[in-house]
Write a protein that binds this ligand. Structure first.
Ligand code: G3P
Ligand code: MG
Length: 265
């Protein structure tokens, strides 16, 4: 239920401390609803995800919207770069039918609407900052995203993650209290603690292919929150349970949550 008061229990730290392992819904519940839409976020919330991961792009009129790709073609009936469209133009597009016709008419959401929905339901958010494109240092986009988070006073429940570690370093320099997580870069042999000491992040994210006991143990030893993506199948789940990894990033949060519950009982 919407509430203007933020309870003390609604912070990233207090939420995480309550669970040994928890679910991060990847692009919302993107296996059961179109990715990065309000429907996918609602599915994730009702599945009991502790956190929802979203990807963000910026419109030509500097609005932050949820979208994984720089271009519209894969997940909407539009064409071309998100950056070349105004919010009003994007709002005419269908972001649901590509996934299933039952989602026809789903809109590309504003980041602010997604954040409000998550806040109303006391769910944490992982905002992935996409690497900047050519002729773009990414800072302008970063500032738009940060403004959205600050406007809703959600900095305590937000984890910023990125493959672009410079963006995370920038966030830590300017907003030291914000939470950040470096995403593993292909070929990078550094341990999570080495990355953390270089960019000041408290979290580390890698794919299921990239996880090793050495990385997981290093993260645990240095109190670094570690997440692995994407845990979608029974096999993925059985594999990740062999590692000391608290954050299970999944396209199917309900399914993985149920598997987690069945191991606890
Ligand atoms: O945070 C993990 C994951 O979201 C990174 O890859 O392409 O799904 O945004 P991608
Ligand atoms: Mg992502």
């Amino acid at each position: 239920m919407p509430s203007s008061k933020t309870p003390e229990s609604y912070t990233l730290r207090s939420k995480i401390n309550t669970q040994e392992r928890f679910i991060v819904a990847h692009r919302g519940s993107s296996g059961t609803a179109p990715e990065n839409t309000l429907s996918s976020i609602l599915h994730a919330i009702s599945a009991g995800a502790l956190m929802v991961e979203v990807d963000v792009q910026i419109t030509s009129d500097d609005k932050a919207v949820l979208m994984h790709d720089q271009v519209l073609g894969r997940t909407t009936n539009g064409k071309g770069f998100v950056r070349a469209h105004t919010l009003e133009q994007l709002d005419t597009l269908d972001a649901g039918s590509w996934f299933n016709t039952s989602f026809k008419g789903e809109h590309i959401p504003l980041l602010s609407d997604a954040l409000q929905l998550l806040k109303d339901n006391e769910t944490c958010v992982n905002i992935e900052i996409k690497p900047p494109g050519k002729d773009d240092d990414g800072i302008e986009r970063l500032l738009v995203i940060i403004e959205n988070v600050l406007a809703l006073n959600m900095q305590d429940v937000t984890l910023f993650s990125s493959f672009h570690h410079e963006s995370l370093r920038y966030i830590k320099q300017h907003y030291p209290a914000f939470h950040t997580a470096g995403i593993h870069l292909p070929g990078d042999r550094r341990l999570p603690s080495e990355i953390a000491s270089e960019i000041g992040c408290e979290g580390f994210v890698c794919s299921l292919r990239e996880i090793t006991h050495k990385k997981a143990e290093d993260a645990a030893k240095h109190d670094i929150l570690i997440g692995v993506y994407t845990i979608n199948t029974d096999d993925d789940f059985n594999t990740i349970m062999k590692y000391q990894v608290p954050a299970l990033v999944s396209n199917f949060p309900r399914k993985i949550q149920q598997l987690l519950h069945s191991t606890i009982k």
